[in-house]
Design a protein around this ligand. Structure first.
Ligand code: GTP
Length: 602
């Protein structure tokens, strides 16, 4: 296929607007997958993705399609690059877009433009992609394509007559999609006569083949047996297999200019396969391709084995999982309360949740996670600055030695039906937000932009936003600069002993309320034990909240009169089961849920 007959495109959309369903239909239309193959949403591979109905990892597939072009029947090779639809993964979106010349912008015909539609549009627009608006779900009774067309015009200056109307469910209008891709998206611009340059799009670990890289060949061609080098590391490799994703791996022995496919090259770990790296033939000199924005870790949390002896098992599980998700950063840490564990950095809260869920589901690990924190910057009196990813790393009486602190902020985009404007403004003010923009995208929907401290959205913001707007709000954010802030470290003490794993950093104005809520939550979730437990929240040496849990002898058999042995056994089993998820801190047993509940206090 000469590059004139190749089209590389993505589908971008707000979550749930039908991107994966549309992708499936296109794969079926081109015979790439069989119709009704019994596995809806072919491109969503991970179990979590299926369960949560969200796309986490971008996947790619090649399709073949014959189309009458410039008067004659021509065969085209179309590379569809699927992108994740959630705020945490805009990094993967921009990575996918770098290999495309165009994008289908899918918008739900009833819901209209939403926050991630806006974010994704701008990512595509900044990458100079040809954008084809697709108004999907026109089969719904509440569909109003004309209203959506007007929104696309007013928000993005997209011509209403360019919009395709489809239903990925009934198949209506789908026949126009691939012709539009071929006619409106330009072919990849690379040169076949130039030395090889290819972009590393993604990588994952396969037990049999080793590291498999997804690549986009920008210039030149890649053959099996080629010796290649990484522009980032200088390491060289021999290509042992190369081919297309159809959507399974189909070896072809070669990838030509403009093609997207896979490559196996004896890399030992996905850490060697740096996403955004330029790969080239060994011993040729090339100008590296512009890379992508590297993954930025916005949320950090400690992960500890729920059962102290399982450290090695957790270590192994994390290693296996990061083979497939190189966007998580992992360093070992130890806590006096929880023992040996890991500090992990995530792209966002959903990313963190997904990582936990995969650790448990796919690797059978039981973990306790500590309150998530954002990366703060503190300045010491000697002028040195440190990034603090773990509140425990901060001295308990920081005011003595710290002269200034900064916290990361984000620019949040919120789209809501106009009747909720008042309550959303109140919520954003409570979360220390600063309004930057407030306008209407049509007569029923408001559009707002806020600068907010990242910390304030990390803790349960999206859930609260959805609940005060009956689920109608849509929300997206991009990271912005650091702002100076009055921060304090809040310690939690059990019987006078600080529990390092429960320390948090909060804005001074919020410390009294957060402290009170934390001790109340803990009192509720810690079972009474054989001695009294005093739970305190403190800033430095100043206690700001206190609860007492009185002593009680807990005996699961107390209610078991008489000699029913099986019932007795069952109860003992149940108690043992419950103990698995306990962590003994000093002399106090704390259930895993207590740690979990602390995550929700903002
Ligand atoms: P993410 O992968 O999470 O970004 O979502 P998505 O945009 O890929 O949405 P997905 O394809 O998973 O579709 C979301 C829901 O909408 C699913 O329940 C689909 O069955 C449904 N859906 C998709 N297309 C249509 C359509 O044309 N009409 C109707 N009525 N429902 C549709």
């Amino acid at each position: 296929y000469p590059s004139d007959n190749i089209r590389n495109f993505s589908i971008i959309a707000h979550v749930d607007h039908g991107k994966s369903t549309l992708a499936d239909r296109l794969l079926e239309l081109t015979g790439t997958i069989r119709k009704g193959h019994g596995q809806p949403q072919y491109l969503d591979k991970l179990q979590v993705e299926r369960e949560r109905g969200i796309t986490v990892k971008a996947q790619t597939a090649t399709m073949f399609h014959r189309h009458k072009f410039l008067g004659s029947d021509t065969d085209f090779l179309l590379n569809l690059i699927d992108t994740p639809g959630h705020v945490d993964f805009s990094y993967e979106v921009s990575r996918s877009l770098a290999a495309c010349q165009g994008a289908l912008l899918v918008v739900d015909a009833a819901q209209g433009v939403q926050a991630q539609t806006v974010a994704n549009f701008y990512l595509a627009f900044e990458s100079n992609l040809a954008i084809i608006p697709v108004i999907n779900k026109i089969d719904q009774p509440t569909a109003d394509p004309d209203r959506v067309k007007a929104q696309l015009k007013s928000m993005f200056d997209l011509d209403p007559s360019d919009a395709l109307l489809t239903s990925a469910k009934t198949g209506q209008g789908l026949e126009q999609v691939l012709p539009a891709v071929i006619e409106r998206i330009p072919p990849p611009p690379g040169k076949s006569t130039s030395p090889l340059r290819m972009l590393l799009l993604d990588s994952y670990y396969d037990e049999y083949k080793g590291v498999i890289c997804h690549v986009a060949v920008v210039d030149g061609a890649l053959h099996k047996g080629d010796k290649i080098s990484s522009a980032a590391t200088g390491q060289s490799y021999e290509v042992s297999d190369v081919g297309i994703l159809h959507p399974e791996l189909v070896p072809t022995g070669i990838l030509l200019t403009g093609q997207v496919g896979f490559m196996v090259s004896g890399m030992r770990s996905t850490k060697e396969a740096r996403v955004g790296d330029t790969l080239h033939h060994a011993r040729t000199v090339i100008q590296p391709l512009p890379g992508f924005k590297p993954a930025k870790h916005m949320v950090f949390s400690g992960l500890y084995p729920a059962d102290g002896s399982d450290f090695e098992a957790l270590n192994h599980a994390i290693e296996r999982l990061t083979c497939n998700d190189a966007s998580v950063s992992v360093t070992k840490e130890s806590s006096t309360a929880l023992g040996l564990g890991f500090r992990c950095g995530f792209l966002g809260l959903l990313h963190m949740d997904v990582f936990h869920q995969r650790l448990e589901q796919e690797h059978g690990a039981h973990v306790i996670s500590t309150v998530p924190t954002v990366p703060y910057i503190f300045e010491y009196s000697d002028g040195s600055k440190v990034e603090v990813q773990n509140p425990a790393a901060l001295p308990s009486n920081p005011k003595n030695r710290l002269t200034a602190c900064w916290e990361p902020t984000v620019i949040a985009t919120i789209i809501i039906p106009s009747e909720y404007v008042g309550s959303v403004i109140t919520l954003c003010a409570e979360r220390r937000g600063e309004q930057l923009e407030y306008s209407f995208i049509d007569s029923q929907r408001a559009f707002m932009k806020y600068r907010m401290p990242l910390r304030e959205i990390v803790v349960d913001f999206y859930n609260e936003l959805k609940s005060i707007t009956s689920g109608y709000a849509s929300f997206d954010y991009e990271d912005s600069e650091y702002q100076s802030s009055d921060l304090v470290k809040l310690d939690i003490l059990l019987n006078g002993q600080p529990v390092d794993a429960m320390a948090t950093i909060v804005h001074k104005s919020k410390a009294p309320r957060v402290g009170r809520e934390l001790v109340e939550k803990l009192k509720k979730f810690i079972d009474r034990q054989m001695f009294e437990i005093i739970i305190q929240a403190a800033i430095g040496t100043k206690v700001i909240a206190r609860e007492t849990l009185s002593a009680m002898r807990k005996n699961v058999l107390a209610k078991c009169y008489g000699g029913d042995i099986t019932r007795k056994k069952k109860l003992l089993e149940k108690q043992k089961e419950g103990k698995k998820r306990m962590k003994r801190v000093g002399s106090v047993d704390i259930p895993q849920e207590a740690f979990h509940e602390l995550l929700k206090v903002s």
